[in-house]
Write a protein of this length. Structure first.
Ligand code: ATP
Ligand code: MG
Length: 180
């Protein structure tokens, strides 16, 4: 009998949501699991972790499907911009659903998916439906701030990263190899 796959959520305002997920990826690869990382939001250029993951060879597949979408206030984004990101997120979502249902993977990381839900780029109901109907043995990790209660309800393990301090608050720029 195969083990039941778990749903993990890494959320909160503190640093470490994506990198903790990648720690699990490293562990999973060591146990011979096949891993897919699907990035919403991020566009996939200039990230040290992606270069590092490539060194793991065939054990990890990465699909970066975002358009670098990060904003704080909705009215700072033009309708055209928003439409572009919506289209990208919908494509990422369709890819994700197909990959989940393919039953090819042991672990899928959905990086920044919580943000995509929060910006209304993808529907929380559809994500919840996918979580309920995923292949039994598949492990999933969802990252990003402000995880919705519907998602938290369906998860087995939820961790909230809390900021005690962040170098950024001292005006220190994102450090190569630490932040990206
Ligand atoms: P990481 O990728 O380092 O695990 P994360 O996934 O928890 O971080 P995100 O919200 O995805 O955090 O933001 C990614 C970038 O923002 C990273 O460069 C991260 O260091 C930085 N960051 C995370 N939390 C904070 C914070 N509280 N203040 C400023 N920058 C932050
Ligand atoms: Mg992150």
């Amino acid at each position: 009998m195969s083990e039941r796959g778990l749903i993990l959520v890494n959320t909160g305002n503190g640093k470490g949501k994506t990198t903790a997920a990648l720690g699990v990826v490293l562990r999973a690869v060591g146990q011979g699991l096949k891993v897919l990382i699907l990035q919403f939001i991020k566009s996939g250029n200039g990230y040290g972790e992606l270069e590092g993951l490539k060194r793991l060879g065939d054990a990890v597949t990465i699909k970066s499907m975002g358009k670098g979408f990060i904003y704080h206030k909705r009215d700072e984004v033009s309708p055209e911009e928003l439409e572009k990101h919506k289209t990208a997120a919908q494509e990422a979502w369709q890819t994700l659903v197909d990959e989940v249902n393919s039953d090819k993977w042991d672990l899928i990381v959905m990086d920044e998916i919580n943000n995509a839900i929060n910006y209304d780029l993808i529907s929380v109901d559809e994500v919840a439906h996918m979580l309920r109907n995923k292949p039994k043995r598949l492990h999933l990790i969802l990252t990003g701030r402000y995880a919705k209660p519907e998602i938290i309800d369906l998860a087995d393990t939820v961790t909230e990263m809390n900021v005690v301090k962040h170098a950024y608050q001292d005006g220190i720029k994102a450090a190569k190899g630490i932040e990206y």
